[in-house]
Design a protein around this ligand. Structure first.
Ligand SMILES: Cc1cc2nc3c(=O)[nH]c(=O)nc-3n(C[C@H](O)[C@H](O)[C@H](O)COP(=O)(O)OP(=O)(O)OC[C@H]3O[C@@H](n4cnc5c(N)ncnc54)[C@H](O)[C@@H]3O)c2cc1C
Length: 281
């Protein structure tokens, strides 16, 4: 439980942090995923570059049509932000469900999505919310839609020597509603299954647009198009929800571990999709 030796430095700016990356160096944000993995020697970085004091990437800003959440904002700051609460309460409510108060006070949204734990809450939430990940590297900045940011088991679209600086979340419009529900591992609160839904009704009262994303079930969070296709153009009734929920987790390889077998997890995915959709009825 003792990490291997490393050098530690505090970044003075995003550019300073980027210039220090390379080789086996790693960014340190809240440390709530990185430090435990270093103690287990799953990660043995040569250098830790601490970005936790960079005010420039901790801000939560109202941009009019969207909200820009700095990568260094903690889960707790996001849960308590009035800007986020009024822009999309699914995002603040989702943040409030992460871990316990210590985890929420240290862990950051940027650290969580960079780490890409298959049981993390943020991936499902930002995918359903149509979020965009803002990335900065030596060559400039780029934006990646959340739906294509997560690429594999603990894998993302982030290249070496790049840093996430923020996540842009569009505000929900007046015809939209959204929710995030999860079946939490009782000790850590990680999602054994988590489901986020953002829905928009058309003028007929039928579903004109819907995003259903699921975390905890497969190697990385994904949009469940099987469920979405079953819902499009229909009113959100109990029968429609029942048949849409039955499609959950049918198009992915479902994980099995000591928390939940493949069969149980798949069952939970259907239960939690139904729960989320029923909340939005
Ligand atoms: C007891 C416990 C319970 C938890 N429960 C939950 C839970 O219920 N739900 C949940 O989703 N999570 C949970 N977590 C994880 C927690 O949310 C972590 O804080 C989060 O996953 C990582 O964020 P961090 O800021 O601590 O990142 P760190 O641990 O500092 O870093 C994680 C990784 O991301 C990289 N990184 C960090 N910031 C950036 C950046 N801006 N750009 C590029 N790379 C970066 C680091 O180099 C490292 O590889 C739990 C953790 C613990 C210890």
């Amino acid at each position: 439980m003792i990490p291997s030796k490393f050098n530690y430095s505090k970044a003075t700016s995003v550019q300073d942090a980027i210039s220090k990356l390379g080789g086996e160096a790693k960014i340190l944000a809240g440390g709530h995923s990185l430090i435990p993995s270093m103690k287990l020697r799953l990660n043995q970085p040569s250098d830790l570059i601490d970005i936790s004091q960079l005010e420039a990437i901790k801000q939560i800003t109202d941009e009019g049509e969207s909200v820009l959440i700095g990568a260094g904002a903690t889960h707790g700051e996001i849960a308590n932000s009035s800007i986020v609460q009024s822009a999309c309460s699914m995002v603040s409510n989702g943040a409030a469900q992460i871990g316990d108060i210590q985890v929420r006070n240290k862990g950051t949204i940027g650290g969580s999505i960079a780490h890409a734990d298959p049981a993390a809450d943020w991936p499902a939430i930002i995918i359903a919310a149509d979020g965009v990940v803002i990335i900065e590297g030596a060559g400039g900045s780029r934006e990646v839609p959340a739906a294509s940011f997560f690429t594999g088991f603990y894998e993302t679209a982030l290249e070496e020597n790049e840093i996430i600086t923020g996540i842009r979340i569009p505000k929900l419009n007046s015809g939209s509603s959204a929710t995030y529900v999860k079946f939490a591992q009782p000790a850590s609160r990680f999602a054994i299954v988590g489901c986020a839904v953002v829905k928009n009704l058309d003028s007929e009262g039928e579903i004109g647009n819907i995003k259903v994303s699921i975390t905890g079930v497969s190697e990385f969070a994904y949009r469940d198009h099987g469920v979405e296709d079953e819902l499009m153009g229909k009113p959100l009734t109990a029968d429609v929800i029942e048949s849409a929920a039955a499609k959950a987790a049918e198009s992915v390889d479902v994980m099995s571990d000591h928390y939940a077998s493949e069969t149980y997890r798949k069952h939970l995915a259907k239960v939690y999709v139904k729960k989320a959709l029923s909340e939005l009825m």
